[in-house]
Design a binder for this molecule. Structure first.
Ligand code: GLV
Length: 326
């Protein structure tokens, strides 16, 4: 039996590529250069399946890939999928849930502590030779232990962050979510509050929602104006859950104290983005899941999901909106 044609649109370790080559007639993009959406469109023509990371899967791309049966996202987030367009063309989407939760939660704690205690500023201060006297009170930060953290989006990652904050750092943890998480409330001592209440009482506001129509710009002008003046915002979910211009304005006007950001409305971000000039903003390049171990596990999951669908005719890791369709 001939192997199905497939595309690998993101570089993975050799073992995973070997596995894909064993089961499919695999083509890859040119990984010696950064690839664009157009590169994927140009390579999608004859393939039945593709492993992607972050590529926008929209009607235009699908119209160039009329043989497509499945797109396997390396990531857990799948806001790059235009679900209706995929459904209309009968193309399945898979993703990678339950793999990166601890890795991302660790990174969120890193961002939270680094922003609250101003660690990158301290690092520059010392390395730039500015540490010339004992009184450094102008560099004092904000406590982590004993403060209140408000988590918006209590999914698996939210729970892992709540666990660290509550059990590890003795923080008061409140959360806002579409549904109550009774088990987490009992196990971790976290408390459900409405969004406005969360914004009013939290010292740290942590965003961990998927990006959907409901969560788009969930923090905007109105929300920033409700927050404490010394509040810090942490975002390691998706950039557009924050209205970035409103965030910039709130930071400039001192309506909040700082932000730790792994994600942005435009990625990679423009070099003239004002966030890059703010000392009270810590930035990282959408890398909260970025350990080799976790990235390999995510890529394995995508590769196996695609092969399972195309070769073994078994749909696994299908996104929730398509469950039961395949
Ligand atoms: C990373 O951002 C993911 O969604 O897996």
């Amino acid at each position: 039996m001939s192997k199905p044609k497939a595309l690998l649109a993101y570089p993975v370790v050799k073992e995973i590529q070997d596995y894909l080559e064993e089961f499919t007639n695999l083509s890859t993009l040119d990984f010696s250069k950064p690839n664009t959406y157009e590169d994927v469109v140009a390579a999608i023509k004859d393939v039945e399946g593709a492993v992607v990371l972050g590529t926008r899967i929209d009607e235009n791309l699908l119209s160039h890939g009329s043989k497509l049966k499945v797109i396997s996202n390396i990531t857990v987030g799948y806001n790059n999928f235009h679900i209706e367009a995929m459904k209309n063309r009968g193309v399945a989407g898979t993703h990678s849930p339950g793999i990166l939760d601890n890795t991302v939660a660790d990174f969120v704690m890193g961002l939270l502590i680094a922003t609250g205690r101003r660690i990158t500023e301290l690092n520059s201060f010392v390395k730039e030779g500015k540490w010339t006297r004992i009184d450094n009170s102008h560099l004092f930060g904000k406590d982590i232990s004993g403060s209140t953290v408000g988590i918006i989006g209590m999914g698996r990652i939210g729970e892992m962050v709540a666990k660290r904050c509550s059990l590890g750092f003795d923080m008061d943890v409140v959360y806002y979510n579409r549904s109550r998480k009774m088990e987490a409330e009992e196990k971790l001592g976290v408390r459900y509050v409405e969004k406005d209440e969360l914004l009013k009482i939290s010292d740290y506001v942590v965003l961990l929602t998927p990006l959907t129509d409901e969560t788009y710009h969930i923090l905007s002008h109105n929300e920033f104006s409700m927050m404490k003046k010394d509040a810090i915002v942490i975002n390691a979910s998706r950039g557009p859950v924050i209205d970035e211009l409103a965030l910039i304005e709130a930071l400039k006007e001192g309506r909040i104290a700082g932000a730790g950001l792994d994600v942005y409305e435009k990625e990679p971000m423009d070099l003239d983005n004002p966030l890059l000039k703010m000392d009270n903003v810590i930035t990282s390049p959408h890398i909260s899941a970025g350990t080799q171990k976790t990235m390999n596990a995510l890529a394995w999951n995508a590769a196996k999901s695609m092969v399972s669908f195309l070769v073994h005719k078994k749909a696994i890791n299908i996104i929730p909106e398509m469950k039961g369709d395949f």
